[in-house]
Design a protein around this ligand. Structure first.
Ligand SMILES: NCc1[nH]cc(CCC(=O)O)c1CC(=O)O
Length: 292
């Protein structure tokens, strides 16, 4: 029997996620092993260089995809939220794993306990925008590195923001000071789950991935990705979208939160129609926050 090779970054979070995927495959009688990809982004992550200056999250994704495209691995394992909506035409998302908690968390202090003018470390424009709306007095600084590095960089008297799911993966949810309500602090598209890509021309791997695909997660994340995709790849605005309990909640901001659009839409349950609704919401959101 052949062994499925899973390409993943080497961080504890990435490895643990990939090991979890290997366990799901094993339940289906599919052997899997990890192929660790040390990416350029990983090599520079200790330097606190803002991620966008080296090409954004996309740089990690591309190097893991490359391992599958050139035959070093069969499956590319990604955090779904790091996967751009425009993916490589030679690859397909063969499975999503069941979503963990999609919410963000504050570590260091709760929102109410942060003193006036406190510093919050997060590199995410979405998290900065949402926190600034709740607390206009907060100051923001950059935060990069793997989860353990980040946990050592809580500003004095301040806090950092992280995905609850990242703490769940590492078994560190006891570090969490406040889970931010995802209805108000709308999570990133795909936050909390793992997307598995394989080559379109690899039917055996496609079949193995289909066996572990978590259908409710796929449905939700495809709707969120339809919203993001319609905003366009050039969109660098603070953006969030989250499907839960049959509702799509979206967030889009511009101009340092001078303009914000947030909306909750009930999904019909007809997937094709819901994808269309998500795209329509994207148009509305864009119109509402656009300067002209
Ligand atoms: N951009 C890094 C990244 N990619 C996915 C997660 C969280 C885990 C997840 O979404 O499954 C994180 C860290 C964070 O947001 O705190």
């Amino acid at each position: 029997m052949t062994t499925l090779r899973l390409a993943t970054r080497g961080s504890a979070q990435a490895r643990t996620q990939a090991e979890f995927v290997a366990a799901r495959l094993a339940e289906r009688g599919v052997d899997a092993e990890l192929v660790i990809i040390e990416t350029h982004g990983d090599r520079t992550q200790a330097t606190n260089v803002p991620l966008h200056t080296i090409g954004g999250q996309g740089v990690f994704v591309k190097e893991v995809q490359a391992a599958v495209l050139d035959g070093r691995a069969d499956v590319a394992v990604h955090s779904a939220k790091d996967l751009p909506t425009e993916t490589d035409p030679r690859l397909t998302i063969g499975a999503y794993t069941e979503r963990r908690d999609a919410a963000d968390a504050l570590i260091g202090a709760t929102l109410d306990d942060l003193p006036e003018g406190a510093t919050v470390a997060t590199g995410s424009v979405r998290r900065r925008a949402q926190l600034a709306l709740a607390r206009p007095d907060l100051q923001f600084v950059e935060l990069r590195g793997n989860i353990h590095t980040r946990l050592e960089r809580i500003p004095d008297g301040g806090a950092i923001v992280m995905a609850v799911a990242a703490l769940q993966v590492l078994g560190m949810t006891e570090r969490l000071d406040e889970r931010l309500d995802p209805g108000r602090f709308v999570p990133a598209i795909g936050q909390g789950c793992v997307a598995l890509e394989c080559r379109l021309d690899d039917p055996a791997t496609t079949a193995s991935l289909a066996a572990i695909d978590h259908e409710p997660t796929r449905t939700a994340v495809e709707i969120e990705r339809a919203f993001l995709g319609e905003l366009g790849s050039g969109c660098s605005l603070p953006v969030g979208a989250h499907v839960v309990d049959g509702r799509l909640t979206t967030f889009l901001a511009a101009d340092d939160v001078a303009r914000v659009h947030t909306e909750t839409t009930v999904m019909s349950g007809d997937h094709g129609r819901d994808l269309g609704t998500a795209r329509a919401v994207a148009h509305t959101a864009r119109e509402r926050v656009d300067a002209n």
